[in-house]
Write a protein that binds this ligand. Structure first.
Ligand code: SF4
Length: 341
């Protein structure tokens, strides 16, 4: 956690300032935290930089944007816990991350607090233990792999001790953005009796540094099954060549591309959002180039909390007023591509 860039001065010194007025950038980072690891600063040009370097356009909140874009708080039976789908829960074990991404859908909460307090964790654990329908616990945050190995081990051990919990999943950006954290202690913490699925968030092929590749190899050898999730981001990866390189790179590094998320309606992120038609055209082009194994599923988290919907199938229809998406219960929701800022 040393030498991360956390101030505009540090960005300037690293040659990563955006050229926007200093006063505007200071206002941006007062509202949405700044943190770039040395690994990401080292490859921060073009698409990689845009994900982490503050931009004055983040001060623009459009009417459709939301503080809780995917409705986590609507489905929270205990602090840190979201129970949206019957057979699984999401547990935010920390609000801290190794990097703060400018497009994050939890940008209003990440970094605001640290590790989930033990009393809150016990409350969440109690809910999981008395809800037999829950088969999978998904650790998120923040970034769960920013926890100390000792804390992570303690959390995982108590979750896997619940008899009806069959598997554990961790969503993390750490193996790519801070690969040095994936040391022997962290690998040992991840070595569980029950399956651990690691979903790695990565958006650009340049993030796959030699150190990140080594971390993924070590995770694979430790028996951790790895998948990826990426966010489709204008100016970062909204290009078939970039996405092809990203997904091929993941396969080469033992990671199955899993989800490509349409960019959520988080506040101050409209400059990152593509239209759904643009996303579908990119997926159609990738399908011509890549094997099924290398193809992720292009999804939208329906704003407000109705869950995910695939954007390439019949659940998404383009109509005169925008896209109509059908959730898993048959509910229909209108999604309008935001106007360009
Ligand atoms: S939760 Fe994930 S996407 Fe959000 S700031 Fe942290 S690392 Fe980035």
């Amino acid at each position: 956690m040393t030498n991360a860039l956390t101030t505009i001065d540090a960005l300037d010194a690293a040659g990563l300032a955006t050229g926007a007025k200093r006063e505007l950038l200071e206002r941006v980072v007062e509202r949405f935290r700044l943190r770039i690891t040395p690994e990401m600063a080292g490859v921060a040009s073009g698409g990689v930089a845009a994900q982490f370097v503050p931009d004055a356009r983040e001060l623009v909140t459009r009417p459709e944007e939301l503080t809780d874009p995917i409705g986590d708080r609507r489905f929270s039976p205990a602090p840190g816990l979201t129970h949206r789908y019957a057979d699984r829960v999401i547990l935010a074990v920390t609000q801290a991350c190794e990097v703060y991404c400018r497009f994050c859908f939890r940008r209003e909460t990440v970094g605001a607090a640290g590790v989930l307090p033990e009393a809150d964790f016990l409350q969440a654990l109690d809910y999981i233990a008395r809800t037999p329908a829950i088969r999978e616990v998904i650790l998120t945050g923040g970034d769960p792999l920013s926890l100390s190995p000792r804390r992570l081990e303690s959390v995982l051990a108590r979750l896997e001790a619940v008899p009806h919990v069959e598997s554990l999943r961790i969503h993390s950006r750490v193996p790519v953005v801070a690969p040095a954290r994936m040391d022997g202690a962290m690998l040992a913490a991840l070595d569980r009796d029950k399956p651990v699925h690691l979903v790695i968030h990565t958006n650009h092929p340049d993030e796959m540094t030699p150190a990140a590749q080594a971390a993924l190899r070590a995770l694979s050898r430790a028996g951790v099954a790895m998948f990826s999730q990426s966010v489709l981001l204008r100016g970062v990866n909204d290009d078939a060549d970039v996405l092809e390189a990203l997904f091929r790179g993941l396969i080469r590094n033992r990671v199955k591309p899993y989800y490509l998320h349409h960019c959520d309606l988080a506040e101050g992120t409209s400059h990152f959002r593509t239209t759904i038609a643009e996303g579908r055209a990119l997926m159609a082009e990738l399908k011509r180039r890549l094997s099924g194994l290398a193809m992720p599923t292009y999804v939208l988290d329906i704003p407000g909390g109705a869950g995910k919907v695939g954007l390439m199938g019949a659940a998404a229809e383009e109509g005169p007023d925008g896209w109509v998406v059908t959730d898993r219960h048959g509910g229909r929701h209108l999604y309008q591509d935001p106007e360009r800022p």
